[in-house]
Design a protein around this ligand. Structure first.
Ligand code: ACM
Length: 262
């Protein structure tokens, strides 16, 4: 059994230190094995242009966000996953997530399916989807709009993921319900860590819908936040439940697949 959790935040654009301060205060007394944070959680979402995004970006495994999140992972002996704008060593800028282990080592995912104006800011991710282990549990990452492509969750599950970790900044209304479907299609746990609040820096108002969720492989919502407030949600789960792909005594959703017809 393990405790999995998500922190739904309301970041103030560009105020990295204060946004991280609020997160650390909110989780200080909480106990968890895995914590998922939203997409771009420390910097906000609506960049004026690519140059501004680069000024708030960090390399993977370096910078204030990484330093403070890896200290949290060490203190809690937990895996912490967070979204951030990633500046790589060259000219590239990615919308990325990092899974940080208690010893400071990490796994990186770069968002595959960019949403709307993100196409003007970020390069499309080039990591693809992969699965990694934390204390015998297999995890995979996808970011926000990746939910709209069922191939993302399917690929992670075919690779063996028991938990899909899903940092998000949702603006369209459909994802919380759609993630129940993604879970039923794959019999896997899913944790969406979303944000709330609004931004209108470019003249277009964005309202973030919150409703962060932890969903079990049978589609049951184990924990959910509302659409307005910062919140910490958690659930105790047995990740091995996700290894059972049987739906009836005659149906196994992996063995019954017929890829020759797809
Ligand atoms: C999104 O992908 N942040 C909507």
């Amino acid at each position: 059994m393990m405790i999995v959790s998500a922190y739904q935040n309301k970041p103030e654009f560009g105020r990295m230190s204060e946004n991280i301060d609020r997160l650390l205060k909110a989780v200080d007394k909480q106990d968890f094995d895995i914590l998922i944070l939203p997409e771009l959680f420390a910097v906000g979402y609506q960049f004026l242009n690519r140059r501004e995004a680069i000024s708030l970006a960090e390399p993977a495994g370096d910078g204030e966000t990484y330093e403070r999140i890896s200290a949290l992972a060490r203190q809690k002996k937990a895996l912490v996953i967070y979204g951030f704008p990633e500046r790589d060593k060259g000219e590239h800028l990615y919308n990325s997530s990092l899974a940080v282990y208690p010893d400071g080592s990490f796994r990186l995912y770069r968002k595959t399916h960019l949403f709307d104006t993100e196409k003007e800011i970020f390069d499309p991710g080039d990591t693809g989807f992969s699965v990694f282990d934390f204390r015998g549990t297999r995890l995979g990452m996808m970011i926000c709009f990746d939910w709209r492509f069922p191939e993302a969750a399917r690929k992670l599950t075919l690779l063996g993921a028991q938990i899909i970790c899903h940092p998000s900044n949702l603006v369209l209304p459909h994802c919380p319900e759609a993630m129940v479907t993604r879970v039923l299609e794959n019999r896997v746990f899913a944790i969406t860590a979303d944000r709330v609040g609004q931004e209108s820096r470019t003249g277009t108002e964005l309202r973030f819908i919150g409703r962060s969720r932890i969903i079990a492989p049978d589609g049951i919502v184990l924990a959910e936040a509302d659409n307005r407030e910062e919140a910490f949600i958690s659930a105790e789960i047995d990740p091995q439940v996700a290894d059972n792909k049987d739906v009836t005594s005659r149906n196994n959703i992996f063995q019954d697949r017929r890829p020759e017809f797809y």
